[in-house]
Design a protein around this ligand. Structure first.
Ligand code: ADP
Ligand code: MG
Length: 483
């Protein structure tokens, strides 16, 4: 039996762009002393009333526009009732029947390079709950209500994803998008971007969906992939052994790489949603949408298309460069500084630069090499002052703060040898030093050419122009008398 996985994601995005909470004036900064950012509204003191702030609504409109969604011009807030110690009101204000954003979509790129459209069912505003702190208070639990009332945008996908890899690609797209839109910092460690993964399996070809389970609150791309793969395998094994998947909420344990049941459908909360009588409907007029649309930056898809069409960047590189606004800005600043060979600049960024950033676990904004410095390096390679290989050494020097490319090239004597007579002498020398290899070459072993090039590179510490010596070697070896 061939199985097909079906996945839908619910993503909780904390709208870190907002100065204050969804319904109160308290600040939302991360890491403040416990309960220092909780107003009477967040504490749910008697007699207080929530008042909707404008910023979170604008953030939702931005996302809606960016995913080509419908924006509901009259949406309502609802109470989602449940008891939890860090939820003093006894309900969370969310949206149920009329979310602000619905019916959008986003395209992901599959591993084979094809694109796939993923539907976004809805995106609604809701407030976050507080936090319980079970550590550091002996047998008591501390309650911190700083997070209470923080604005969240919950983005719910259609069950259109078919593998863990597709789910991660989708998640990364949304992550990149909220950062482009500057509605969230997307910080997964701090919980500003987390996801619930709904997973089911069905025999391939079957229309009807299988029973799903939901893994809650996963906060890294790697864990999302692992949790989904684990869950797919668990469900298939269960069914093949004659069992049945039960609809339930599961917890992904990254230490053990497994999912565990938290609660089944029977134990699921009945939230008893109803419209919040304390809040008026949100009315969004056309003018407001137009005004917000005018503030949108160039979005990833448009940027990718432009990099490919105008700068002839390879599609996979364009996608990587456009994955964050900062990286794309870096690339464009570097290309502007040199003015030629954008693909070469792209290669240096996707290869050497991102490799080093990854290794050092830092982001492009913390990179010690400026876009102009990188342009300086690409210029020196383009005009043959140095080879690409020496370029790596120069790049390392710039990374370590030793100066600009030209300064490093001069200080370390790295200029490429392009002088023909000097190169010819080197070629003649390597030929007379290695009669055995010359015989092999003349016997038809073309590959031995690399050996000669290698010898010369070794002698010159990589400074000989490889193209030139290759040509000279071929010429000389052809003319060389048979021993
Ligand atoms: P709930 O809030 O009860 O979890 P929602 O309807 O808000 O339910 O969303 C559930 C998520 O699960 C959506 O992303 C949806 O695409 C996905 N989903 C629904 N049914 C299935 C299924 N059978 N298999 C996988 N995913 C599913
Ligand atoms: Mg859910």
């Amino acid at each position: 039996m061939e199985w097909e996985a079906v996945i839908g994601l619910e993503i909780h995005v904390q709208l870190t762009c907002c100065q204050s909470k969804l319904f109160s004036g308290a600040a939302t900064a991360y890491g403040a002393p416990a309960n220092s950012q909780a107003s009477p509204v967040d504490l749910a003191l008697p007699g207080v009333l929530p008042v909707l702030n404008r910023e979170p609504v604008e953030a939702a409109i931005k996302l809606g526009l960016a995913i080509d969604a419908q924006i509901d011009q009259r949406s309502i807030f609802a109470r989602k009732n449940y008891f939890y110690p860090d939820l003093p009101k006894g309900y969370q204000i969310s949206q149920f029947e009329q979310p602000i954003v619905y019916q959008g979509h986003i395209d992901i790129t599959l591993t084979n390079g094809e694109h796939k459209r993923i539907g976004v069912t809805r995106a609604h505003l809701e407030e976050d709950a507080g936090k319980s702190d079970h550590n550091g208070f002996g047998d008591q639990t501390g309650i911190d209500l700083n997070r209470s009332g923080t604005p969240l945008l919950e983005i719910v996908s259609e069950p259109d994803l078919r593998s863990a890899a597709q789910a991660v690609a989708y998640l990364k797209k949304i992550h990149s998008l909220v950062r482009y839109l500057e509605i969230s910092d997307g910080n997964m460690q701090e919980g500003s971007f987390r996801c619930d993964a709904n997973v089911s399996v069905r025999p391939r070809g079957q229309q009807e969906l299988g029973t799903r389970t939901e893994c809650k609150n996963i906060n890294s791309f790697r864990f999302v992939e692992k949790a989904i793969n684990h869950e797919i395998a668990r469900q298939i094994e269960l069914i093949e052994d004659g069992g049945r998947v039960v609809q339930e909420t599961r917890l992904y344990d990254s230490d053990r790489d497994e999912t565990r049941s938290m609660r089944s459908k029977e134990e699921a909360f009945d939230y008893r949603y109803f419209p919040d009588p304390d809040l008026l409907p949100v009315v969004i007029n056309d003018q407001w949408i137009t005004d917000v649309a005018a503030t949108l930056p160039e979005l990833p898809e448009a940027k990718i298309a432009r990099l490919i069409a105008e700068l002839s960047i390879k599609p996979e590189d364009a996608e990587q460069l456009a994955s964050s606004r900062e990286l794309a800005n870096y690339f464009e600043a570097s290309v502007a500084a040199f003015g030629e060979q954008p693909q070469t600049t792209a290669n240096w960024i996707t290869g050497e630069l991102l490799g080093r950033l990854n290794k050092a676990s830092i982001t492009i904004s913390q990179c010690s090499v400026s876009p102009e410095q990188l342009a300086g390096l690409v210029t020196q390679i383009a005009n043959n002052t140095i080879s690409g290989k020496i370029g790596k050494e120069v790049f390392a020097g710039m990374w370590d703060g030793d100066g600009d490319a030209l300064e490093i090239i001069e200080a370390r004597g790295l200029k490429q040898i392009t002088d023909s007579s000097e190169l010819e002498a080197l070629v003649a020398q390597v030929i007379s030093d290695n009669p055995d290899q010359v015989a092999e070459f003349r016997g038809g072993k073309e590959k031995i050419l690399g050996f000669f090039v290698g010898q010369i590179m070794k002698q010159t510490r990589g400074k000989a122009n490889p193209g030139k010596i290759n040509n000279m070697l071929r010429e000389k070896l052809a003319a060389y008398p048979t021993p």
